[in-house]
Design a protein around this ligand. Structure first.
Ligand code: SF4
Length: 259
């Protein structure tokens, strides 16, 4: 006769295995109308948001984004202005050589490794892609120093594809506001892609980054300055009257100190 203790623990294992792979369903605290209104307001504030990383073509954008890991956009721009004036194609970058690239970017964190990656990605672009930046995420992610986030930024900024590059600001906002909570950037990305209304998807990542950088800041959200304070469901919210909804001057974006 089967030992009942063994049978019940086996059943338990079976049961927990069955539930382990299943993620709890995500129940958004925001209605469709709330989400529409949140992104409509962001679109009024910043009708044409632009990425802050300076670049002159898709290749220099890939390089700029790869250099921006653990560095500020402002710091990257300072270094890349001269670098891109000297080399704006993979071949010119190779002609410049690793040592001189290193000199141009030595004000950026991890510059030694990054200089190596710039050379390696230039070589790969020439060898495997005819010197052109590929237009799919999978192909972009085969380039040295290019992960999913970099690939998403490039697809969006260089080729106009609606993607969501989840950076530190977007990750924080998605979780803080309960917009698309997740433990990893991939999880947050998938949930955000579902909750953001289609017509706002293209600019959404810029709006969220800028909102996180200038208003919903890491250390302390500035809720009194927030245009979605009435709609926000964050437990960290300290104010619920929305700030006046006005279009911000383009030059304000990116010229303030980030937190
Ligand atoms: S109300 Fe506060 S917590 Fe909510 S989005 Fe605005 S700044 Fe962030």
């Amino acid at each position: 006769m089967a030992n009942p203790k063994i049978r019940s623990s086996a059943q338990n294992v079976k049961k927990s295995n069955a539930t382990a792979g299943r993620k709890p369903a995500f129940k958004s605290p925001y209605s469709k109308a709330d989400l529409e209104e949140i992104f409509r307001r962001f679109s009024v504030q910043r009708p044409e948001p632009k990425g802050e990383l300076e670049h002159v073509n898709p290749f220099t954008l890939v390089v700029a984004v790869a250099l921006s890991a653990q560095a500020t956009d402002v710091g990257v721009n300072k270094a890349t202005r001269a670098l891109f004036a000297a080399a704006d194609t993979p071949q010119k970058m190779l002609d410049l050589g690793e040592e001189r690239i290193r000199d141009y970017i030595k004000t950026i964190g991890l510059y030694r490794n990054k200089a190596k990656n710039v050379v390696a990605l230039s070589e790969k672009l020439i060898r495997d892609f005819g010197g052109e930046v590929p237009r799919t995420r999978e192909a972009l992610m085969t380039l040295p120093g290019v992960g999913r986030k970099t690939a998403n930024v490039v697809l969006s900024m260089a080729f106009g594809q609606a993607t969501l590059a989840v950076d530190t600001h977007i990750f924080r906002i998605a979780n803080r506001l309960l917009l698309a909570p997740g433990k990893t950037p991939d999880e947050v990305e998938q949930r955000l892609m579902k909750v953001i209304p289609d017509q706002y998807l293209y600019h959404a990542h810029h709006w969220l980054i800028l909102h996180g950088r200038y208003v919903c800041k890491a250390r302390k959200p500035e809720c009194e300055r927030c245009v979605i304070a009435d709609l926000c469901r964050s437990p960290e919210k300290t104010w619920d009257i929305p700030a006046p909804l006005v279009e911000l001057p383009q030059q304000v974006i990116g010229t303030q100190a980030a937190d």
